[in-house]
Design a protein around this ligand. Sequence first.
Ligand code: ADP
Ligand code: MG
Length: 240
Amino acid sequence: MKKISVQCQGIRLAYGSNEVLKDVNLDIQPGEFFALLGPSGSGKSTLLRLIAGFNQHQHGRLLIDGVDVTGTAPWERNIGMVFQSYALWPHMNVWDNVAFGLVERRVPRAELTRKVQAALELVGLERYAKRRPSQLSGGQQQRVALARTIVIEPKVLLLDEPLSNLDKSLRVQMRQELLALQRRLGITTIFVTHDQEEAMTTADRMAVLDKGVVQQVGTPPELFDFPGNSFVAGFVGTMN
Ligand code: ADP
Ligand code: MG
């Protein structure tokens, strides 16, 4: 799979008079597991939705694989997104939930079968194909959501607090699974979290966002040892 870069250059987005993203600059490397850490309301989800094409910025450029995609629709970008709420189809079994995006894209039967099988194996759910979402645990449901996203072979994977609904021990286990999966696929991943420990223990590099401004970018040890300002020091320094 080709590894893709994501670059935000001087991105601004306002909802009316509420400036949510103010001059965001990020240079995310091909194949990187990049964490975006920030408190609630700092603009993390807005930025992910913008990269996916569900929000449009008013200033700046968004480059995916070096190409400015500003103004293009989500389907043209083929970017996968996983949310905190799994939003699985309750009336469909696991297999059909994962196959859904391929059916929509009119993927031929044999290829669809092969891809759904592979995605279910990647998340360890091949034996659960016939179950309904309601018959699965929270962690298993989130694995289905992941499988459903990676099955379409997105260029970039965006994860918006995907583990926040899970209890602490499962969260710790799942973040290791996520990282292992990302390494296996080699897909550029932006992992949004408000949990500093989650970012610090997974990311190749991370950005700290506050009030729509990127406060600092670096590796977890760089931010921990050399915080650029008091906000980063306070936010990254407190492990919970
Ligand atoms: P985070 O994900 O970091 O918690 P969000 O990106 O969800 O932050 O929100 C950042 C700010 O943008 C908040 O002030 C929020 O109220 C505002 N906002 C988010 N989505 C919308 C929207 N669709 N319309 C108006 N304001 C929004
Ligand atoms: Mg959010």
